[in-house]
Design a protein around this ligand. Structure first.
Ligand code: MRU
Length: 346
């Protein structure tokens, strides 16, 4: 997608180094950072320089390829195994990370060049899957639709295009008159910071809403559909996504509003029977107790936004039961979220 008229990917590999947009600085500063080795790429994943299911999948694949490049012949396999553990310890919920690590690890066993090719294939597929999801999802969007989305499942969360936002971009490009309600998505505000920035760059009409405003807008008849992304989808269609998604799905069901999830097959965990088996990442309580933004002088500032001395609980994801989901938009088609339909995708 374009930033100031130039096309960018969220993440790519160049001369064995990984280049990434530093997402912690957005929307205030746009910077590309370079990771020289696999441990630096791990650090970028855990500190959320790169985040979002598809983008961390690509990052994990590239990290595995970097490990293969760094490994020497004497301890090649044990180095790869250690690297795989390090990569898989960075973020626990997003399925894409584990799918990519497994794929590139297997390729790396055949050689360094094979690992690089496999990692690039993961990133390329993420991009083409997102594009297809955009085309299929666009067909669900009618002229005049007002769409609510949660967190950031835009191009920054993937290598390009995005999932939940890809149909929205296409609908807008096709001249449909649409409006997007962007949940701010506390505590890290991926909606207010990243989704809003993406939509502004593409001139898609939108407004940021407080996380707790969705049900109110639905009750007033102001929302026609919801589209969200996914971090992991169980074999029965339960969906783990950013914390707060479940509340939106419950409200949408109450008001009879279609609730769609957009995700590639690389997000499906066919070995996970139901959402209750999906590991939910617990993040640092400081993300709730403090906020980072820029002050009036344009300088980054971290400020406390909660009562001093109180502790916080910070689960990063929740699970929406399949029964609350109207459909899942995948690159292979729009499916009903149930085991039979999901089995056909395998
Ligand atoms: O913690 P994050 O920012 O990596 O969370 C992942 C997400 O961006 C969301 O849950 C998103 O809706 C699905 S991933 C595209």
């Amino acid at each position: 997608m374009k930033v100031n008229g130039t096309n960018y990917l969220t993440i790519w590999m160049e001369n064995n180094k990984v280049k990434m947009i530093e997402q912690n600085l957005l929307p205030f500063d746009f910077k590309i950072i370079t990771s020289e080795n696999y441990l630096q790429t791990c650090e970028a994943i855990s500190t959320m320089v790169v985040r979002g299911a598809g983008a961390i999948g690509a990052a994990a694949g590239f990290a595995m390829a970097q490990a293969a490049i760094e490994a020497n012949e004497n301890n090649y396999e044990s180095f790869l195994q250690k690297a795989r553990k390090d990569i898989e310890a960075t973020r626990p919920t997003a399925r894409n990370l584990f799918a990519a690590t497994e794929l590139v690890y297997q390729a790396a066993l055949s050689g360094k060049q094979e690992a690089i090719i496999a990692a690039q294939a993961v990133a390329d597929k993420d991009k083409s899957d997102s594009k297809k999801i955009g085309e299929l999802g666009n067909e669900l969007i009618k002229d005049g639709f007002r769409i609510e989305t949660h967190c950031n499942a835009g191009w920054l969360a993937f290598v390009d295009h995005g999932t939940a936002l890809a149909p929205i971009y296409l609908a807008h490009q096709h001249g449909k008159n649409i409006f997007v309600y962007v949940d701010e998505t506390r505590p890290r505000s991926q909606g207010a910071r990243l989704t809003a920035w993406e939509l502004k760059n593409e001139n898609v009409p939108h407004a940021i809403i407080p996380d707790n405003a969705g049900a109110h807008l639905m009750s007033k008849g102001l929302i026609d559909m919801l589209i969200v992304g996914a971090d992991r989808i169980a074999a029965n269609g339960d969906v783990a996504n950013k914390i707060g998604t479940l509340e939106k799905a419950i409200a949408a069901r109450f008001y009879n509003i279609p609730f769609y999830v957009a995700a590639p097959l690389s997000t499906f965990d066919f070995n996970c029977e139901s959402g209750s088996q999906i590991p939910i990442e617990e993040r640092d309580q400081d993300e709730v107790l403090f906020q980072t933004g820029i002050n009036k002088e344009g300088k980054p500032e971290k400020v406390m936004v909660a009562s001093p001395g109180s502790e916080a609980i910070n689960p990063a994801f929740d699970v929406t039961p399949a029964g609350l989901i109207t459909g899942i938009i995948t690159e292979k088609g729009i499916i009903r979220p149930n085991s039979a339909e999901i089995l056909k995708l395998q």
